[in-house]
Ligand binder design. Structure first.
Ligand code: DX5
Ligand code: ZN
Length: 220
């Protein structure tokens, strides 16, 4: 089973509540919120006040993906603002185990995000402290980029690493996933599929979510 997590990065921010309702009606269960600081990635997006407002507008699980330097400074503030899941980049945090533990203690699900060129060994020691791993399948910073094909094999290797350790860490994939490749990533072991432009870049976001669920499901 997998869940669709539409990324509001590609939504119309002037109609955010409507855009959230649309994906909810299409069957999405998680809302992916991309937080960028203009340092870790070359783009600036949204922060705590917007997360607080979204919390009031929806019961969906809120998944904050922190693409910021020194994420340990802010991670628990996102849980307090209403995030259910918070991921921090392994490349940005020299005290990753501490940050993951703090997120859990604040009541959130803790995630490790990892860039396409960062080897999986970088997260090995921190894995027992994470509820999920967000595997980037594009270089973070922008929506609408092309899926990096080697990501599928990376998902398989991560799945093996998790299974060998007897953990139940969930795998989330983020970047360039659409109706053409969703089945491939789900079959490789992904349980949470982020989709930005494949949902909000379409005329009807609810229909787009339904189509992704359909295309990613193995019908027997
Ligand atoms: C990229 C973000 C993604 C982005 C995905 O840095 O982390 O969540 O919104 O957008 P698509 O699905 O269009 O690649
Ligand atoms: Zn993201």
């Amino acid at each position: 089973m997998f869940e669709i997590a539409p990324s509001i990065l590609s939504a119309d921010f002037t109609r955010l509540a409507d855009e959230i309702r649309a994906v909810e009606s299409g069957g999405a269960s998680i809302l992916h919120v991309d937080v960028m600081d203009g340092h870790f990635v070359p783009n600036i997006t949204i922060g705590l006040p917007v997360v607080k407002s979204i919390r009031k507008a929806t019961k969906l699980t809120i998944d904050c993906h922190l693409m910021i330097e020194d994420p340990g400074r802010y991670a628990t503030a996102f849980v307090e603002a209403g995030a259910d899941m918070v991921s921090v980049h392994v490349e940005a945090d020299v005290h990753l185990q501490r940050t993951l533990t703090a997120i859990r203690e604040a009541g959130g699900q803790a995630g490790i995000a990892i860039n396409p060129a960062t080897p999986l060994v970088a997260l090995e020691e921190a894995l027992p402290y994470a509820d999920f791993v967000l595997l980037m399948s594009v270089n973070p910073g922008f929506g609408g980029q092309k899926y990096i094909p080697t990501s599928t094999d990376k998902v398989r290797r991560l799945k093996r690493m998790i299974d060998e350790r007897g953990l139940n860490t969930r795998i989330e994939i983020d970047g360039g996933v659409d109706a053409s490749n969703i089945l491939e990533v789900v079959e490789a072991g992904v349980e949470i599929v982020v989709a930005g432009s494949a949902v909000y870049g379409r005329e009807n976001a609810a229909e787009a979510v339904k189509e992704l669920i359909d295309k990613g499901t193995v019908w027997v």
